[in-house]
Design a binder for this molecule. Structure first.
Ligand code: COA
Ligand code: MG
Length: 293
């Protein structure tokens, strides 16, 4: 599967933003039916989202995902019934408690794919895995839960609400410990499940330097992509999640240094062993799977 660097949220009821989104360099859009849409506008948003999916069937450059409402609301099934016919690349599932909901979504999708004549299993799932208090104790349930799982992301805003916290930031602006824990658990759970870890939004969309620093830190930590909320955030995210020419050159030198089949070597005065070789191979492999710039 193509590795997606940037996912851009687009409110599903905004004609203006939908019109703009297709020309942006986001690897994927997330057409939103959840928190950025009011309940009164939800029926309109479903129609507009379905129309957008139908009108944009060529997804080679940009995938189209849809965030539905949580499965424990009365809106989720209608959201799905409205949009699956447009063959979305995937569904973003918010506010989960455990993998049980991802499995339930898998079954719903199978039924709807059959109804719509879409290949079984085509629609993927991206779970927003840390938006409820309970979710922090069940992240390992996603291991092997459903082959539809593309990846998982995490959320600090809804988690703060779930924890009845007044804020999720320290006075200096960093995340409080429990949100850093949620982020780390999400990353580890993704790697354990063999799916893509996608970093959360950077809400201050006017601070592009801060966004790029967070995105770079995210990639170095192991995330493979990040979610954007504003057009200006897309290019910095794409940049941050593409390895640089220097990184690629270094990775090639590391692989070459091990070519003789030895277990440990020295390169530029540093000891390298198997973990370094694995990291270098992983970086090169991932670079091959990135969309061309
Ligand atoms: N997708 C597509 N286009 C967007 C966009 C988005 N997410 N956010 C802004 N734009 C467009 C605006 O419509 C505007 O274009 P226009 O001048 O042709 O109307 C242009 O980009 C510049 O926008 P700007 O004026 O800087 O921002 P704004 O005040 O209009 O919007 C937000 C700010 C945060 C409300 C908006 O970016 C947004 O809706 N983001 C997504 C929110 C969301 O989905 N949240 C749920 C997940 S957390
Ligand atoms: Mg939310």
């Amino acid at each position: 599967m193509t590795a997606l660097r940037s996912f851009l949220f687009v409110p599903g009821d905004s004609e203006r933003k939908l019109a703009k989104a297709g020309d942006l360099p986001a690897d994927a859009l997330i057409l939103d039916l959840e928190d950025s849409v009011s309940q009164a506008n939800l029926p309109t948003a479903r129609k507009m989202t379905r129309a957008y999916l139908h009108a944009h069937q060529d997804r080679a450059r940009q995938q189209l995902w849809v965030r539905i409402n949580p499965l424990d609301t009365s809106f989720a099934l209608e959201d799905l019934a409205a949009v699956v016919g447009g063959s979305p690349d995937g569904i973003v599932l918010p506010k989960t408690y455990s993998a049980a909901e991802a499995v339930r979504l898998d079954h719903y999708l199978s039924a709807l794919e059959a109804r719509e004549g879409i290949a079984l299993g085509k629609v993927g799932i991206l779970v927003v895995a840390t938006e409820t208090a309970r979710s922090l104790f069940t992240l390992d349930s996603f291991i092997g839960a459903t082959p539809r799982l593309y990846g998982m992301t995490w959320g600090a805003e809804d988690l703060a609400a779930a924890l009845m916290a007044g804020t999720n930031r320290t006075p200096a602006g960093a995340y409080e410990d429990v949100y850093r824990l949620a982020r780390s658990l999400c990353l580890a759970a993704c790697r354990a499940a063999g799916v893509e870890p996608v970093d959360s939004v950077y809400p201050d969309f006017r601070d592009l330097a801060g966004l790029e620093a967070e995105a770079l830190q995210g990639r170095k930590t192991g995330f493979t992509g990040k979610i954007a909320i504003h057009p200006d955030q897309v290019a910095p995210i794409n940049r941050a999640f593409s390895p640089t020419a220097e990184e690629l050159a270094h990775a090639r030198r590391v692989v070459a240094a091990f070519a003789a089949g030895v277990g440990t070597v020295s390169l530029d005065g540093k000891m390298l062993d198997m973990p370094h070789l694995k990291q270098a191979r992983h970086l090169l492999e991932r670079a091959e799977r990135l969309p061309s710039p």
